[in-house]
Design a protein around this ligand. Structure first.
Ligand code: ADP
Ligand code: MG
Length: 353
């Protein structure tokens, strides 16, 4: 068992609170992702797990054992570093063997573990080649194999694929997810890329200035963000968040351009959130209530079209399927299913209906 637990862990650098009273449990075999903007404390959390940093307060447990006083080597947690470059003068095989040779593992065990990892990564047939003769994707897999060939309690990855180009990143992302599932190991993964976090993780912890703002499965956080902060971090285009006022049996925003007939709306809501894909747009001439919005800009993306709308003083983004016949400056009616509306109170916390 290699579950990893933080209990009220705080880490300061001088006056900077790098990690602020963090509590979480990464389950055994889980793909757990820390996601947050730069300097939010992601790398510090990994260094605390590794034992390269000691908490100022709180307790860290690995596999049920307190490890605050345990050395990095004894924790047996492997960091897969950002730099996945291979040694160019060695074959793929020697690259993968390297961490075990370095640790003087017995030759029989090396053979067994390399074969095992190579099979899981589908690279057995290319192990004899030097890196120069491999494709970008193959090199990536060999580098991951080299990182995974040790048999630690858990793997940590700090933004491991951010240096790759977009296509290779998407491929590697899928690989990593599959590999983690097959290896059945605890993996803590750090990224500042929301799409990566959403697509790869079993659960995500959202960080903000050293504080954990929400933990949950990706779709759970996407569908029920706990605050405007979290709501704005996940989703592309981001959630539209607008000041709201209560009307007669409805909630209004954007100077009456948006009117939502929702009797269950919480009384203390001061803002509403509308995901771009939840916004319906139709020509004003087809019948709207309240006031129209004006189409500000149209961005066709092929399968989807992003429409920017001027609604009173507010700008809104709607994500529409296909290529609707919508032109700039057209007057339109905007609506949204009441059940799809997010409500936020003073201070930005999400409100239950
Ligand atoms: P992230 O990985 O999310 O970018 P970090 O964990 O690297 O964030 O940093 C969190 C905060 O701690 C930042 O304010 C950063 O400046 C500070 N910090 C990190 N490492 C050190 C250090 N060795 N010395 C001083 N401040 C640090
Ligand atoms: Mg970092």
């Amino acid at each position: 068992m290699a579950d990893i637990v933080f209990r009220n862990v705080t880490k300061r650098y001088g006056t900077t609170l790098a990690v602020d009273d963090a509590s979480f449990t990464v389950n055994d075999n889980e793909f757990f992702c820390f996601f947050g903007p730069p300097l939010s404390g992601k790398s510090t959390i990994l260094r605390l797990v590794l034992g390269l940093e000691t908490p100022d307060a709180g307790e860290i447990l690995i596999g049920g054992k307190p490890v605050n006083a345990v050395s990095p080597a004894e924790r047996n947690v492997a960091m897969v570093f950002q730099n996945l470059a291979l040694f160019p003068h060695m074959s793929a095989l020697d690259n993968v063997r390297f961490p075990l040779v370095e640790r003087r593992v017995a030759e029989l065990d090396i053979k067994k573990r390399v074969a095992d990892v190579a099979a899981k990564l589908h690279i057995s047939h290319i192990l004899h080649k030097p890196p120069a003769q491999l494709s970008g994707g193959e090199r990536q897999r060999v580098a991951i194999a080299r990182a995974l060939v040790r048999d630690p309690n858990a793997y940590l990855m700090d933004d491991p694929i951010s240096a790759l180009d977009a296509r290779l990143r998407e491929e590697t992302r899928v690989e990593l997810k599959r590999i983690q599932r097959e290896l059945g190991k605890t993996l803590i993964y750090v990224t500042h890329d929301q799409e990566e976090a959403m697509s790869i993780a079993d659960r995500i912890a959202i960080l903000d200035n050293g504080r954990i703002r929400q933990i949950g499965a990706p779709v759970e956080i996407y569908d029920r963000p706990a605050s405007t902060y979290v709501a704005r971090l996940l989703g592309s285009p981001v959630m539209n968040i607008l000041k709201s006022v209560r009307g007669e049996g409805s909630v209004e925003a954007a100077e009456g351009v948006i009117r939502i007939a929702d009797k269950t709306a919480p009384a203390d809501a001061v803002e509403i959130g509308l995901r771009p894909e939840d916004i319906r747009v139709k020509p004003w001439a087809d019948g709207g209530s309240g006031r129209p919005a004006r189409v500000f800009e149209v961005e066709p993306l092929g399968g989807y079209t992003v429409v920017t709308l001027a609604a009173g003083q507010a700008r809104l983004k709607a994500l529409l399927r296909g290529q609707p016949d919508i032109r700039p400056d057209a007057m339109v009616a905007i609506s949204c299913e009441p059940a799809r509306v997010h409500y936020f109170g003073q201070g930005g916390g999400a409100l239950a209906r």
